[in-house]
Design a protein around this ligand. Sequence first.
Ligand SMILES: Cc1cc2nc3c(=O)[nH]c(=O)nc-3n(C[C@H](O)[C@H](O)[C@H](O)COP(=O)(O)OP(=O)(O)OC[C@H]3O[C@@H](n4cnc5c(N)ncnc54)[C@H](O)[C@@H]3O)c2cc1C
Length: 354
Amino acid sequence: MATRAMLGVLRKHSIASRIASNYKLLSTLVLAEHEGGSITASSVSAVEAAKSLSEDNSVSILLAGSGTSLKEAAEHAASCHPSVSQVLMSDSDKLSHALAEPWARLIHLVQQKGSYSHIIAASGSFGKNILPRAAALLDVSPITDVIEISGSHQFVRPIYAGNALCTVRYTGSDPCMLTIRSTSFPVAPISDNARSDAAPIFQVDLSTFDEDARGKSRYVKQSSQNTERPDLGNARVVVTGGRGLKSAENFKMIEKLAEKLGAAVGATRAAVDAGFVPNDLQVGQTGKIVAPELYIAFGVSGAIQHLAGIRDSKVIVAVNKDADAPIFQVADYGLVGDLFEVIPELIQKLPEKK
Ligand SMILES: Cc1cc2nc3c(=O)[nH]c(=O)nc-3n(C[C@H](O)[C@H](O)[C@H](O)COP(=O)(O)OP(=O)(O)OC[C@H]3O[C@@H](n4cnc5c(N)ncnc54)[C@H](O)[C@@H]3O)c2cc1C
């Protein structure tokens, strides 16, 4: 059994009653992102992926940050999934913003002490920013965008913008580092997974954390949309607008329709590049990967780079005035029509969202 010293558990904190006196060394570590005191749904998907890599179906979660929201997120992480066996919490001002340099050094530190066989993060901007840098520090090559785990060192990932699937075998040394597409590892709603016996939470000993870990980047500010719309990556319904909307002003129709449907708003890269909406709404190969139950596309041609982000949607509906638009080849329902007539009619006829 591993000793506390091995993972450097030294400090106590306010949730000390939940801090166990010793714990078993486990081999799969999930780097989790948290927001507003909860870990993100995509991080829970990373746990879902990780559970198949842990012999005893148990997974460690690494969380970093500072203050109350970190502690709340650690509590949430400890009960978010039946496979979580421990939460490692790194509380430091140096880690309060997700800058790649200090977080990569933290992973390096935790790996040196924990010798994990696998380290996993969700394939969002958080994981894609941090994991490759941590992999470089650990001198291993990460495998990105995994959609299927077919063995402890064998994975399936899309290539050519999702037009082909590639099975890769990892032959490097430990740790095997992965980013996973959260849409490929769906989890039951968190309340269904929640457990009464929350996993223990441990403080990571940061006494040897490098003072220079801040690196060259500095946190300046975070701007986010103040919206009550669901998160694009996890929404059940997504309404997307393309270049066919023609202007930012017209794009507001998409937002209004999304509001009525309780949907998230997406956009093509052409719509983003034209300045209709900010780029965090971009869906596709270089944007967000979505897998809603219903995806509705207005004025979207269906370029392969866009389709790469929507392939796992359950039902795709397309409205385009060009009957030969490639989007109709993947759509379950298609309407050849003018979006400037169709959207106002939908907005008018759909009931108000309760
Ligand atoms: C490396 C790389 C990565 C990329 N990554 C992405 C990505 O992540 N996501 C992405 O979306 N794209 C991406 N692209 C860009 C992609 O190739 C396309 O250029 C883009 O998806 C096109 O967007 P669009 O469908 O809005 O525009 P267009 O291709 O211009 O299509 C507009 C459509 O609107 C229709 N339309 C026009 N007016 C109306 C109307 N009144 N009513 C109904 N329909 C109308 C037209 O018939 C047309 O089909 C990438 C490209 C490259 C090279």
